[in-house]
Design a binder for this molecule. Structure first.
Ligand code: MG
Length: 385
């Protein structure tokens, strides 16, 4: 048998993988490394190692006990924070491979992106933010995710947190600017991998929430016809399926989810490819590390829909707000969640000895309370008082 030589033979793991990536992708070799320097693992790429640390963290395991939008009492098939996280990871990886971006980096950012989410979805976040305002501070779940992986996880003896690569940390810092790298450069940009996970997060929750809303009969067949993207998706289903009756409400909720996701993914890939093609590939100001190859620097989004498709996507979001998130039944659960969080906060302010020793640091009391509450699962918070 004639076995042909593999052109990648002789390269190490990092070189081997980096060769498969596009010029605009985050290369493993160009990573700024970790805050606490460590020898790299010979059997895993750096971002794979980061991913494994996230999966083995306690905060990751707690995601299963945190609701997404619909409370778990309503049924077993609604998304929770963990299943949402896995969906974001899957969608990001698929698109990353398609665009030749660094799949491991996308996967790690996706798996860690909601670690800082409070119990009771955004209701918990709103309540904690209101409480912290009383101390002249704020609470935001993306920054809390960063805080968990940098400080609060307590698994390794050599460093606090998970000591993840800088590229993962900058990817978690979603809506705020200014991340200081080890060479003292402040970066105000996001890698294309971080941009991708950000939009995949939205695509995942919008399509999943639409399915959940339809499954729970919060949204009816008639409502769907109000929205352009839903109508387009239903027309595609009716074309592809023999016997599908467009005039009858016989649409399966999962079919709606999968076809919508298919449309969004295809559209995002096409629109992003055009953006990347039209963007001057590298700029002279880009930071460097041990390499002459500069990073792609873009304060503009390149992984995004074009204007027309963005509008359709935003219309669908607005549609969900009006027909699902703002419904009295969903809102009443939200208000209840806010009340629970608010009561726990007040109770711990008066009884700081109830805060576990893990949180007994030199930080101000309100910060420690915030860290403790943000990490709770819905059930733990509900039964706390
Ligand atoms: Mg999310």
């Amino acid at each position: 048998m004639n076995i042909q030589a593999n052109p990648l033979d002789g390269l190490n793991l990092v070189e081997n993988y980096d060769q498969l990536l596009a010029s605009y992708a985050q290369k493993n070799k160009q990573s700024f490394g970790r805050i606490h320097p460590e020898n790299e693992d010979p059997d895993r790429l750096p971002f794979q190692r980061d991913r494994d640390r996230v999966i083995h963290s306690r905060a990751f395991r707690r995601l299963k006990g945190k609701m997404q939008v619909v409370a778990p009492q309503k049924g077993d098939h609604y998304r929770n924070r963990l299943t949402h996280t896995l969906e974001v990871s899957q969608i990001s990886r698929d698109i990353a491979r398609n665009l030749k971006l660094n799949e491991d980096l996308c996967e790690t950012i996706a798996l860690a992106h909601d670690l800082g989410h409070t119990p009771f979805g955004h209701a918990g976040e709103t309540a904690l933010n209101q409480k912290m305002k009383g101390f002249g501070k704020t609470f935001e779940h993306n920054l809390q995710s960063l805080r968990i992986v940098e400080n609060l996880e307590n698994r390794y003896s050599d460093f606090p947190g998970l000591n993840l690569s800088y590229e993962v940390l900058t990817g978690l810092q979603k809506h705020t600017k200014g991340f200081i790298l080890p060479d003292k450069t402040t970066v105000n940009w996001q890698s294309l991998e971080a941009q991708l996970v950000d939009i995949c997060d939205e695509m995942a929750y919008i399509s999943a929430d639409l399915e959940d809303a339809f499954r729970g009969e919060y949204i009816t067949w008639k409502d769907l016809e109000e929205n352009e993207l839903c109508t387009q998706v239903i027309q595609q289903i009716s074309k592809s399926e023999n016997g599908f009756n467009f005039t009858q409400p016989n649409l399966s909720p999962s079919k709606l989810n999968h076809q919508l996701l298919h449309v969004l993914i295809q559209t995002l890939i096409q629109d992003s490819q055009k953006n990347i093609k039209n963007f001057p590939p590298l700029t002279p100001k880009t930071p460097k590390r041990n390499s002459n190859i500069p990073y792609l620097q873009s304060e503009n989004r390149l992984i995004e829909f074009n204007q027309e498709n963005e509008k359709k996507f935003l219309d669908l979001k607005t549609f969900l707000y009006k027909n699902f998130y703002e419904l009295p039944e969903i809102q009443s659960h939200t208000n209840q969640g806010q009340k629970v969080i608010s009561n726990i906060f007040d109770h711990l302010l008066l009884n700081p000895d109830k805060i576990p020793t893990d949180f007994q640091t030199n930080e101000p009391l309100e910060n420690r309370i915030c860290d403790y509450i943000a990490g709770m699962t819905d059930q733990f918070a509900t039964q706390f008082l």
